[in-house]
Write a protein that binds this ligand. Structure first.
Ligand SMILES: Cc1cc2nc3c(=O)[nH]c(=O)nc-3n(C[C@H](O)[C@H](O)[C@H](O)COP(=O)(O)OP(=O)(O)OC[C@H]3O[C@@H](n4cnc5c(N)ncnc54)[C@H](O)[C@@H]3O)c2cc1C
Ligand code: FES
Ligand code: FES
Length: 1337
């Protein structure tokens, strides 16, 4: 059959027509948009469908129905070939600076919902798509003007698959809700549109106006007339086919070349294919595969139908078509499918693609499990025949060959009448289950299940007549029916003892394959779910298991903020500089800078051996990677082999002869595109030799044995506090040598490490780097190139998140590009992929802590001793700061005496960095763990032990002699009390107890924790220049990475220059522009980290302004004498005419009394734990935080909420697992789970205290970037309290009681398996034994 391949691809992007011939079929839509158009709003963050940064809206015209369909897709997985005839809308297409912004974008800015902004365009597109969808929804009441048809619940869910690492999601949810027809304006959080007390009508009128026409897509006319079918295209090496019949398909399959069948191509998000195919076959245009057919026997769905379409079909009102039970089954299937991936994946991922992944590659599919439970039939076509199989047969066959195509599935309609008997008391029961780290999906399940049962009721109880119990995704080849358990239960009258036997049997059948993580947990989930399904049939009073009484998403929030305008506009909640450009995607990050001509791209090769000689680096002989230009190793470095400098030492750019740790950079492949460089790096084979080498050090214990430590300079090692022996002697009780271990955490900035180096004349190099430390990046590059410092210029405008990860580690990325550019005489750039970013970044310091503590009988601690072994990894990085940073938070309580020995272990593991709140986070946890230990040892309430050990001002002064400040500055006691009142802590503690008395399978816990967090100011430069037209340019050392530094700096410049007090000087804010950091323009920029760079940069700017004001005032006075009142612009023109120097620079230097200070705050968190799954839901969090006199309360609020949520990630979700060599294996969005909108507190209340004057602070302000992160320990503590209740409950079923002194050590992060294991993997069995024992008794 002849299928022409000489068609071109036609589509539009934001209304612009594109026609392409010669398309490489493996090119993704993202690659096209980012590298071949100027639409850069589409961000690359994971490249695997797991983050939403790349989401675009796709619109398709169907000429038959004359309708346009609009839906989101992830452009990183969508192949360009599949967008033929489509109209693509990116964030720039929704609104932009030229054509006007969309209200979504304006609201993102006004609700302070964009920090680093890297997630924002994707968020905007997701919300926009929801608005577009809502407008098309029929049978909905007309909303009030200014609102959409969207409901609050849909609005919140619209961004469920989009990750944001900065904001903590609350303000983003507010933006979404602000469009919803049923929004209560009172529920919307702090924003720049209205002030407190205004009526709801006024509030609505103040929002940037939403006209519902803004959500109506106009499909480009030129596309309507063009291709409605798929294209058949050619490129130089391969072809793209869109067959329109099965015959065409089969002839293509028989061509004998390598073929890739695709529908949505989302499967490559999981199975990252590096294989090259000759032909791509798009199945979407074959009618048999797109069918959706309903008849009374069931629903037929074509294999190419998307999951979203399938959901729509299953949940559609089926008037008269199916009976009640049939509808119920379809609806529940649809509900379950809504938890698969995220909307933008479901919109393109097909049902057939999912099942084929399950069949061929054992993908842990949800669809296979739920469809197996309802006896689905599949139809396939092989090279010989077309046949129908049960799903069970289909899944059970060996992997189907590449010529077999799944055509469709048929889900039968279930009614009680289809059962073995048709007694009157017959009932059909159907439920599906899944336990996953995130409730709303975008997380693969630990196990899923679906149960269908026909039961009949008699006076003696319920009897199972026939049932299908299916389990999947638990580490099995494919979903299975547990027929043995079905047979056991069929025909039996249900009772506790029957159920006990059934679940005990089940546990032996649902057993994960070797190598699956947490196997016992997964088996226990199977037991739990079956119990959950059947127990209501035994016990009519049975507690409901679902989380019906707590919402899935943020339900309410409250922000209390007081501000003063003493230093106007400093202190105002000014919206973030550039937020709206971030929302439209016009803000420029390093990777958005267009590639210069002849630009090359690099990718790192890393060591997979912790300690070995590198004998050779070459490409796999069977591979011939495309486009490779060079392989750069340490031998190519013209100067020193330097990949990073800190004040403590250096690290090499590439391993020289010997690798020092797993993940170490050993070379840099340079190719003609980023994709080719990445592919080539994967094909490199490194030859190692380990002969006669000492074994590597892979643990802190081994480091101790071999005395392998980094030195901590004495000035960085804090003093011991008090006399430990004396404190111990005073104690009534002593606990000795208790141990805690803490693991790592990855930064997970949305923008990975990136750099662009451009050679300039005379051996100079300009490097655009996404760095928090341009000054030292500059020094590193100069040293590597062997050129004087003035030959190098490092520029940084903004980062897509930093969190400490772009300080030292960014230097190697910048230097690698610079060295390659130098060698190859071409610009070289790199955008590090997520996997390598995780490998190279090292993350938070893991540590092992041994402590001994003494206390009085009333809980007062008299002495604490800590031995801490920190794994610093293969290079020193900034690790020597750890002891002092840890002590900054370890001293949060009055321990009486505090003795410590902190060792920095040098291991052959990845070199660790300073992740947001370095050391402090671990220290806060250690402090709380000690308090919890003492409380459980003494059988006391934990909160009263905290209370008695909180510092008095005197003890604070004793523990923090150089930073305690004045007594009035010690605000913690008042915060502590105030929070108890505002959060109704004591009442809720009683309510939690009551809840726990009444509930068996859910337990709650509540916990209040303080922050005492010491920070340090560092010297920081600034430069302010006034241009002839009165506009102002500011440069600072600090880097804008989402924390609002530029915004605060702008406010300070306006305030500082406003002191000239002339006409218009109160309105200077709009005249100020902060520009990118340039290491040759402002030197000594230092490092942006440690929470204080914003205020230090502000202070530097204030000093510059003082100089300028001093120069301007005499001039102003003279002018006023001559002409009366003077306007700012006139004054500046006069200054130019009089040659007054209107540029000033300054280096802010903190002095003894301004260097260090302490931040205070407190949080109460309440959680609910499920004993069945181990899932923890954070019901509510209340925070009070003291920002001094906040420089910008909106910015600080964002920092507090965002930091707190990042802390939740550390304590509850982010599992940083490594192999035995220390290489991180949770290195992608499939396995590394940061918080999402469905995992944040359901009620989230934050109050910013405005605590008066602090004379040693910058305009009385205090830091907010890191300290609030440590408050998330309250969630862990509350979970521990709930787990304690759960254990008591489970033990009581066994007739035992846990001794009060038993400490529950709960791992960090307290993931679902951890919590469940502590609650008791056999809780269901224990309960059933107890229940039938009780009945017998
Ligand atoms: C971020 C993310 C999260 C996810 N989460 C979940 C989840 O929680 N639960 C879950 O069940 N799934 C999940 N998935 C999987 C998702 O459902 C599948 O990726 C999707 O359904 C595959 O459909 P597709 O059309 O994109 O397939 P493609 O990627 O186009 O194809 C997948 C594979 O199947 C083959 N293929 C496709 N159709 C056919 C056919 N008709 N006949 C023969 N071979 C065919 C292709 O050749 C390819 O090998 C997730 C996916 C992503 C990317
Ligand atoms: S980059 Fe596409 S989903 Fe993450
Ligand atoms: S603002 Fe969302 S990732 Fe930074």
């Amino acid at each position: 059959m002849d299928i022409t391949t000489k068609q071109s691809l036609v589509f539009s992007v934001n209304g612009h027509r594109f026609e392409m011939c010669n398309v490489d079929p493996s090119m993704t839509l993202l690659e096209f948009l980012r590298y071949q158009t100027h639409f850069k709003s589409v961000k690359l963050s994971c490249g695997e469908g797991g983050c939403g940064a790349c989401v675009v809206l796709l619109s398709k015209y169907d000429s038959v129905s004359d309708k346009v369909e609009d839906f989101t897709v992830s452009s990183c997985l969508t192949l360009l070939g599949s967008v033929n005839g489509c109209s693509i809308t990116t964030a720039e297409g929704i609104g932009n600076s030229k054509d006007g912004f969309h209200p979504i974008q304006e609201r993102f800015s006004g609700f302070h919902a964009s920090q680093c902004g890297f997630c924002t365009p994707g968020m905007c597109v997701s919300l926009y798509a929801a608005l577009v969808d809502a407008e098309k929804t029929k049978n909905r009441a007309e909303p009030r003007p200014g609102l959409s048809k969207l409901t609050v619940s849909e609005a919140e869910k619209s961004i469920a698959g989009n990750l944001c690492r900065c904001t903590g999601y609350r303000p983003i949810v507010d933006v979404c809700k602000s469009f919803a027809s049923d929004v209560d304006m009172e529920d919307l959080g702090f924003n720049s549109f209205w002030r407190k007390g205004e009526s709801n009508e006024v509030k609505l009128s103040r929002l940037p106006r939403f006209d519902r026409n803004d959500a109506i897509r106009v499909f480009p006319e030129f596309l309507e007339k063009e291709a409605t079918a798929g294209a058949n295209m050619d490129s130089q090496r391969c072809h793209w086919y869109s067959p329109v019949s099965l015959e065409e398909l089969q002839s293509l399959l028989h061509m004998g070349t390598s073929v890739k069948i695709i529908v949505g191509n989302t499967g490559t998000g999981y199975y990252k294919e590096l294989v090259h195919y000759d032909n791509y076959i798009d199945l979407r245009y074959i009618p048999e595969l797109s069918v959706i057919r309903k008849d009374p026997t069931g629903i037929e769905i074509g294999a190419a139908v998307t999951i979203s379409k399938a959901i729509e079909t299953l949940k559609e009102e089926n008037e008269g078509e199916f009976g009640k039970e049939g509808k119920m089954v379809f609806e529940k299937l649809g509900d379950h499918m809504e938890k698969i991936a995220s909307r933008f994946i479901r919109n393109s991922g097909s049902v057939g693609g999912n099942l084929m992944m399950a069949q061929r590659k054992h993908f842990p599919s949800d669809i296979a499990t739920i469809l197996l439970s309802v006896d689905t039939i599949v139809e396939v076509i092989t090279s010989q025949s077309r046949l129908k199989l049960t799903l069970e047969e289909f899944l059970g066959r060996p992997s189907l060959d590449s010529e077999t195509v799944l055509l469709s599935i048929k889900i039968p309609c279930w009614e009680p009448s289809t059962s073995v008997s048709s007694d009157a008391g017959n009932k059909l029961l159907f439920e599906t289950y899944r336990a996953a780290p995130r409730p709303l999906g975008n997380a693969l399940p630990y196990l899923n299940a679906a149960f269908l049962a026909q039961v009949s009721q008699s006076p003696t109880g319920f009897m199972l007549k026939s049932c299908r119990f299916v389990f999947g995704a638990y580490g099995t080849k494919h979903a299975i029916r547990v027929k043995e358990v079905e047979d056991f239960l069929n025909g039996k009258l249900l009772s506790s003892s029957v159920l006990y036997e059934a679940v005990t049997f089940l546990e032996t059948l649902v057993v994960p394959e070797d190598g699956t993580s947490t196997p016992a947990y997964r088996s226990s989930l199977a037991v739990g779910f079956l119990f959950e399904f059947l127990s209501p049939l035994i016990d009519s009073e049975h507690e409901r298991f679902g989380k019906t009484d707590c919402p899935t998403l943020l339900s309410s929030s409250n922000q209390k903020i007081r501000f003063k305008n003493e230093y106007y506009p400093v202190g105002e909640p000014v919206t973030k500089t550039g937020a709206i450009l971030q929302a439209s995607g016009e803000a420029i990050y390093v990777d958005d800078i267009p590639s210069p001509k002849d630009c090359l791209y690099g990718a790192f090769i890393y060591s997979s051996e912790p300690r070995a000689r590198v004998k050779g680096i070459k490409f796999d002989p069977d591979s011939s990677p495309d486009g490779v230009v060079s392989l750069i190793t340490c031998k190519d470095i013209p100067g020193l082999n330097l990949g990073g400098i800190t004040i403590f030492g250096t690290e090499p750019l590439y391993a020289d002869e010997l690798t020092e740790g797993v993940g170490q950079r050993i070379a840099f492949v340079v190719a003609d595109s980023q994709k080719n460089a990445d592919i080539a790096a994967n094909l490199v084979v490194v030859e190692y030799d380990k002969e006669n080498l000492e074994p590597p050090i892979l643990s802190v214990e081994e480091a101790v044995e071999r005395c392998s430590f980094y030195k901590v300079p004495p000035s960085f090692y804090p003093e011991q506090v008090g006399d430990f022996s004396k404190g111990m002697a005073e104690a009534d009780h002593q606990i000795h040598d208790a141990q805690i271990k803490l693991g790592s955490q990855y930064y997970f900035y949305m923008e990975t490490q990136t750099s662009l180096a451009i050679p300039d004349e005379d051996d100079c190099m300009v490097v655009y780097s996404s760095t928090q430390y341009p000054e030292f990046a500059h020094n590193t590059i100069a040293a590597c190139l062997g050129v004087p410092g003035h030959n190098v210029r490092v520029k940084t405008r903004r980062l897509g998140g930093g969190f400490g990860g772009k300080s030292v580690k960014s230097m190697a990325v910048a230097s690698a590009c610079a060295v390659a550019a130098y060698r190859l005489h071409s610009p070289v750039r790199v955008y590090v992929n997520r996997k390598f970013d995780m490998i190279m970044s090292g993350g938070r310091h893991p540590m092992k802590i041994t402590y001994s503590v003494g206390c009085k009988s009333n809980g007062k601690i008299t002495a604490l001793k800590l031995d801490i072994l920190i794994d610093a990894g293969m290079f020193v990085d900034e690790s020597p700061i750890m002891p002092s940073y840890m002590l900054g938070s370890l001293r949060k309580y009055d321990w009486g005496a505090l003795s410590f020995d902190i060792k920095l272990c040098k291991t052959n593991l990845p070199s660790r960095g300073a992740v947001r709140a370095p050391g402090n986070l671990q220290a806060s946890y250690i402090a709380e763990a000690v308090i919890e230990h003492v409380a459980s040892y003494l059988s006391m309430e934990v909160d009263s032990v905290r209370n008695i050990n909180l510092h008095t001002y005197n003890s604070l002064n004793f523990f923090f002699p150089s930073s305690a400040g004045e007594p009035l500055e010690y605000t913690l006691p008042s915060i502590w009390e105030r929070l108890a009142t505002t959060s109704s802590f004591y009442d809720r503690t009683n309510m939690v107890q009551e809840f726990n008395r009444c509930h068996k399978w859910k337990k709650r816990g509540i916990s209040r924790v303080p922050i005492v967090y010491e920070v340090m100011m560092r010297p920081t430069p600034g430069k302010v220049s006034i241009l002839r037209d009165g506009s102002i340019v500011v440069e600072v050392g600090g880097i804008e990475m989402g924390q609002g530094l530029w915004t605060k700096v702008k406010q300070m410049a306006a305030y500082g220059l406003g002191l000239v007090k002339c006409g218009g000087s109160r309105d200077l804010l709009e005249k100020v522009r902060v520009i990118e950091t340039d290491t040759l323009s402002v030197i000594q920029g230092g490092l942006t980290a440690g929470s204080t760079t914003s205020e230090a940069s502000c202070e530097a700017v204030r000093l510059c302004c003082n100089i300028l004001v001093e120069r301007l005032i005499p001039l102003k006075e003279k002018l006023m004498e001559k002409v009366g009142p003077v306007e700012w612009e006139a004054l500046i023109v006069e200054a130019y005419d009089k040659s007054v120097n209107l540029s000033a620079s300054a280096l802010y230097m903190p002095n003894f009394s301004t260097t260090q200070y302490i931040n205070y705050g407190a949080a109460v968190s309440e959680v609910e734990v499920s004993l069945i799954t181990g899932e923890t839901t954070i019901l509510r969090t209340d925070i009070i935080y003291d920002c001094g006199q906040s420089l910008n309360p909106a910015v600080d609020l964002g920092q507090i909420e965002g930091a707190y949520v990042q802390g939740i990630g550390f304590f509850m979700l982010e599992e940083y697992l490594t192999n035995s060599d220390g290489l991180v294996i949770t290195d992608n969005t499939w396995t590394y789970k940061i918080p999402t909108v469905d995992t944040i507190p359901k009620q989230f209340n934050v109050e910013i205290l405005n605590s008066g004057h602090h004379k040693d602070r910058v305009l009385s302000s205090k830091a907010s970037g890191e300290p609030p992160l440590t408050l998330a320990v309250s969630v862990h503590c509350a979970t521990r309290a709930a787990v304690r209740e759960a254990r008591q409950q489970v033990l009581s079923w066994g007739g035992e009681k846990e001794a009060g002194s038993t400490l529950i050590q709960m791992e960090v992060p307290a993931t679902m398996p951890v919590v469940k294991e502590l609650c008791g993997l056999d809780s269901v069995q224990k309960y059933l034994q107890w229940a039938f024992g009780k009945n017998l008794g």
